[in-house]
Design a protein around this ligand. Structure first.
Ligand code: ZN
Length: 138
């Protein structure tokens, strides 16, 4: 069995953003040489997400509004976590959007549905963050 591990780095200048990281993940898969197996992609921070959905700008806008209704950033004083911090909403947004994605690898490719793409969701940007890519298979 082959095993591959890599960390991807992101430094998003804005507080929130969605980034299509499918090309970087496909690059990792190519480097791994795995043809049949599984790939795990997870945010290594509790204020960022990795998730799978459609790469469609209207949907990203809808997510932004939906998440902001569920867990508004302002006023930061509404959250008990925000004693010396201002990112309670980012923890909650991460919880909703998820920590990781797992994708089957078939024939050396990501075995996606037609419109599935992998995204990094940033909810407390302005600093360097990591995403783990782990691949096992043969
Ligand atoms: Zn926090």
């Amino acid at each position: 069995m082959k095993s591959y591990r890599k960390e991807l780095y992101f430094n998003i200048p804005t507080r929130r953003a969605f980034v299509n990281i499918t090309p970087q993940v496909e690059q990792c898969l190519a480097e791994s040489g795995v043809n049949e197996g599984l790939i795990l992609i997870n945010a290594m921070h509790i204020t960022a997400s990795v998730f799978i959905n459609d790469d469609e700008s209207g949907l990203h806008h809808d997510y932004e509004l939906w998440l902001e209704r569920l867990a508004p950033h302002e006023p930061v004083s509404r959250y008990r976590h925000n004693v010396g911090e201002d990112n309670a909403d980012a923890h909650m947004k991460r919880q909703i959007m998820g920590r990781e994605a797992v994708v089957a690898i078939t024939g050396g490719r990501l075995d996606f549905g037609t419109w599935e793409r992998i995204f990094y969701g940033e909810f407390d940007g302005g600093r360097k963050k990591r995403v783990l890519v782990k691949i096992i298979g043969e």
